[in-house]
Design a protein around this ligand. Structure first.
Ligand SMILES: *[C@@H]1O[C@H](CO)[C@@H](O)[C@H](O)[C@H]1NC(C)=O
Ligand SMILES: *[C@@H]1O[C@H](CO)[C@@H](O)[C@H](O)[C@H]1NC(C)=O
Ligand SMILES: *[C@@H]1O[C@H](CO)[C@@H](O)[C@H](O)[C@H]1NC(C)=O
Ligand SMILES: *[C@@H]1O[C@H](CO)[C@@H](O)[C@H](O)[C@H]1NC(C)=O
Length: 408
């Protein structure tokens, strides 16, 4: 009886889906304008590759069946066209092929219209190769204007900022928080990972808010966000400092913490990860997203049977512990790194092929396909998405509006 009714339900469900999707959801969306750099990829067209299909051998190989030259918008669902808008465009705006200058910790400072970000050091890099820099989006706008029509790449100068010795190997950032950049660091050898505020204007002075858990050093702090509503700081801690030979062996589980800057109280709100990485909140502050990049073992390589997964959680109103963990999305290429939301609650993550975007229900809507790893991205106000890709920074001008990350 149970079995019969569930079969009926499945068939009805399939029929309804097939109707809605025939001839195809994507092709039926002629009402929505398709920007020139968009490529529509109907899932119905690649669900069956068949006996001699060209299947991917690894999670680092790209899924680009149209062989389109990046950067472009890969559209799997009509909702991605709404996110992009009819005049969307994407191009590189800064590049340095010899240095991973634009890796993580993107923060938009609205007053000066600058985006701050941290470099990667690369494997076993000297600590002085880890730097925080900024670009001016006013310079970007001027360079684009001067470049004429089309989507020619431009190359504005990234300016390194001088930081005190307490800021060692920045990997995460958010804000502004009371007008300051919020940075989290990996630490370096015996020097502790830390959570710090940094003045976004010269002399870029910093105040470390936290560098231990009741006397124990963190492993290497990875990412940080301000929780909307409580305005407390939440951050992830993972073993990447160790995996990149920057830090001694880890002495704590990889987990997510909540820090209250007013009382100094620090507590764990989520555990059970291989390597927790990016985190983000819905604008109403009720749902948290945490990426687990477990399949990336740093210098030890990739094990693609391990997590490359974004989990969603409810946030307990009293304790602020993350509860009701569920899979939100598994990433087809690479791992989920930094996570951001737009104002409508769509979820964006830096991944192995650029930035990927999911609807609130976890459907993959599309990709900002760069053909290279993106570790994080940031809305610089409505309609401007700045995507970090290690040796380059891309700007996508789109329709989506920014999610507020700052406080107050
Ligand atoms: C697969 O390739 C083999 C060898 O080239 C060929 O004989 C066969 O017909 C192909 N099968 C399909 C379904 O295309
Ligand atoms: C962009 O400019 C920087 C200097 O600001 C330079 O180091 C880099 O090589 C340039 N990139 C390209 C792709 O020309
Ligand atoms: C930077 O220095 C100014 C002047 O002393 C101080 O008011 C401010 O709080 C400092 N900012 C940080 C983030 O340490
Ligand atoms: C990959 O990870 C799985 C699950 O942890 C483990 O069983 C397997 O031994 C790993 N493979 C390699 C090659 O390390």
């Amino acid at each position: 009886m149970l079995a019969t009714s569930s079969i009926v339900a499945t068939v009805v469900g399939l029929t309804a889906w097939a109707c809605a999707a025939t001839p195809s959801q994507l092709k039926a969306t002629t009402a929505i304008a398709v920007p020139p750099q968009a490529v529509l990829l109907d899932p119905l067209a690649f669900n069956v590759l068949s006996l001699n299909g060209s299947f991917r051998e690894s999670a680092t190989e790209f899924f680009n069946p149209t062989n389109t030259t990046p950067p472009f918008f890969q559209v799997f669902h009509p909702d991605f066209l709404k996110i992009l808008g009819p005049t969307a465009n994407i191009r590189a705006v800064a590049a340095n092929p010899t240095f991973l200058f634009a890796h993580e910790a993107p923060i938009w400072a609205p007053k000066t219209d600058e985006v701050f970000f941290a470099s990667a050091g690369g494997a076993m890099a000297a600590i002085d190769q880890y730097q925080v820099s900024k670009i001016s989006l006013r310079d970007v706008a001027a360079a684009i204007k001067a470049s004429g029509p089309g989507v020619t790449p431009v190359n504005v100068t990234a300016t390194k900022i001088d930081l005190p010795e307490t800021i060692q190997a920045t990997n995460g950032g958010t804000g502004l928080f009371y007008g300051n950049l919020v940075l989290v660091t990996d630490g370096n050898g015996p020097l502790p990972p830390s959570l710090a505020l940094v003045n976004p204007a010269p002399p870029y002075n910093a105040t470390v808010l936290l560098d231990n858990f009741f006397g124990r050093q963190f492993n290497s702090l990875n990412d940080v966000k301000i929780h909307p509503g409580s305005n407390k700081l939440f951050f992830t801690d993972s073993t990447y400092g160790y995996f990149y030979q920057l830090r001694p062996p880890p002495l704590l589980p990889n987990q997510v913490y909540r820090f209250d800057p007013d009382t100094g109280s620090v507590r764990v709100v989520a555990d059970g990860f291989d390597k927790c990485n990016g985190l983000a909140f819905t604008p109403d502050g009720k749902t948290a997203f945490v990426g687990d990049s477990g399949s990336n073992d740093g210098l030890l390589g990739t094990n693609q049977t391990k997590a490359a997964t974004i989990y969603a959680f409810d946030i307990d109103a009293k304790s602020m512990a993350f509860t009701n963990r569920r899979v939100f999305a598994y990433i087809d290429t690479g791992i989920p790194d930094g996570i951001q939301l737009d104002a409508a609650g769509n979820v964006y993550a830096g991944t192995g092929d650029g930035a990927q975007v999911w609807g609130q229900d976890g459907t993959l809507l599309g990709k900002f396909f760069l053909g290279t790893v993106s570790s994080n991205l940031i809305f610089a106000g409505d309609g401007r998405l700045v995507i970090l890709a290690d040796t380059a920074i891309y700007l996508a001008e789109i329709a989506a509006k920014a999610n507020m990350l700052s406080f107050p």
